[in-house]
Write a protein that binds this ligand. Structure first.
Ligand SMILES: C[S@@+](CC[C@H](N)C(=O)[O-])C[C@H]1O[C@@H](n2cnc3c(N)ncnc32)[C@H](O)[C@@H]1O
Length: 366
């Protein structure tokens, strides 16, 4: 690909633009197939190619629309159409990509970002105006929260307990013996629900500002009969005073850049951490310099996610720091130090993992 403003001619750019447009539109059709369950039916029937009528009947859909959808996904060479029998199937080598819960499924889930982010397209036309609203309330971003939850669930199911927890020295042993862990901005609680099942001697607390998420996390804990996990609908900028000096391990996954005032949240978190406690912060792997991100794969995606979700939800409060999804490694490193933490390590997982303790100076001041 030619570098911007250099060798690329207008004709080459037009070709590239047509690929961008096609990709966006195809993403919408893929997301439609995921949300309606059309792909699930094709996966289930992969041994027996189906006609559009059979597919429609199997899912209780109108054949005419299903045929149009099949045209979109066959045109994108995702579903194979036999021109003679007019039957459709997913090629065997793509099955895992479309099967729910497989690690390969994450990019298919990512297509749902297109319809979900588009829901706030018109709101953002107002927000961007100088005199427009500051940002978007979380209630406007409900669908996108569902998307994020699906996406992070894959990580929680496949890597969190198996790879992430053992990567932190002695954490597995401590959890096994019994410690207290706080998950800040826990969403639907997938992470600590998973840990609570496997570490029955430890106590897990999830806090989350979204009422619906807290309700669904509590429901899941009840279904699983878990008594060592609790969820609270709390704004993390004001934690209960009687939690002071309680937690051995604090965890933030994809949360700091969504917060209006991460400085106030970290101040509170320091209070509830025990002196020897660890804090893990997982953030998007990006540089704080935009110029360094735009050349890397996914650079444009990162800023699109930020523009239509992370930035407006965090900026909706007066005085917000407005970090944005790609606030980046350099700024985050400085920020955690300024807030009174010592960074023990920064690892790329591929997310950035900042493993921190409360700094000695902060402990003296407490
Ligand atoms: C990107 S989501 C990440 C959710 C979860 N940690 C995960 O891994 O799926 C960020 C979460 O932070 C929550 N949040 C934002 N501001 C908050 C605040 N002030 N207090 C508590 N939770 C907050 C949001 O409701 C949202 O669920």
């Amino acid at each position: 690909m030619a570098k911007f403003g250099e060798e690329e001619t207008a004709g080459q750019f037009s070709n590239r633009l047509s690929g961008i447009v096609e990709g966006g539109l195809t993403s919408l059709s893929i997301a439609f197939g995921v949300k309606t369950g059309l792909f699930d039916i094709l996966v289930e029937h992969h041994h027996t190619p189906m006609t559009s009528q059979e597919l429609a009947d199997a899912g209780g859909f109108k054949e005419r629309y299903v045929r149009e959808w099949l045209g979109a996904v066959a045109g994108a060479r995702i579903v194979h159409l036999d021109p003679v029998t007019e039957r459709y199937h997913i090629p065997a080598q793509l099955l895992d990509v479309f099967k729910k819960g497989t690690p390969q499924n994450h990019l298919v889930l990512a297509t749902k970002a297109v319809p979900f982010l588009s829901e706030v397209f018109n709101d953002m036309r107002e927000v961007v105006k100088k005199e427009g609203p500051l940002g978007l309330p979380f209630s406007k971003a409900k669908s996108f929260t569902e998307f994020e939850d699906d996406f992070s669930r894959l990580w929680y199911e496949n890597e969190f307990r198996q790879e992430f927890i053992p990567s932190i020295p002695s954490l597995h042993t401590k959890l096994d013996k019994g410690i207290s862990m706080l998950d800040v901005g826990c969403g639907h609680g997938a992470g600590i629900l998973n840990l609570a099942e496997h570490y029955p001697r430890s106590r897990f607390v999830g806090i989350e500002i979204g009422e619906d998420s807290v309700k669904s996390a509590r429901d899941l804990a009840n279904v699983k009969n878990l008594t060592n996990v609790e969820f609270h609908c709390i704004d993390a900028t004001t934690l209960p005073k009687d939690w002071a000096n309680t937690f051995d391990y604090v965890f933030f996954h994809n949360v700091i850049h969504d917060l209006a005032r991460p400085d106030l949240v970290l101040k509170e978190v320091k209070e509830v951490m025990k002196p020897e406690a660890l804090m893990s912060v997982l953030e998007i792997n990006a540089s704080s310099k935009q110029a360094n991100n735009i050349d890397s794969q996914g650079g444009s995606e990162l800023y699109t996610f930020s523009l239509f979700h992370c930035l407006p939800v965090s900026c909706n409060t007066p005085g917000s720091l407005g970090l944005g999804t790609a606030w980046g490694k350099e700024a985050a490193t400085e920020f955690f130090k300024e807030q009174g933490f010592t960074i023990k390590s920064i690892t790329e997982l591929p997310k950035l993992h900042f493993l921190c303790t409360v700094s000695t100076e902060s402990l003296k001041g407490q």
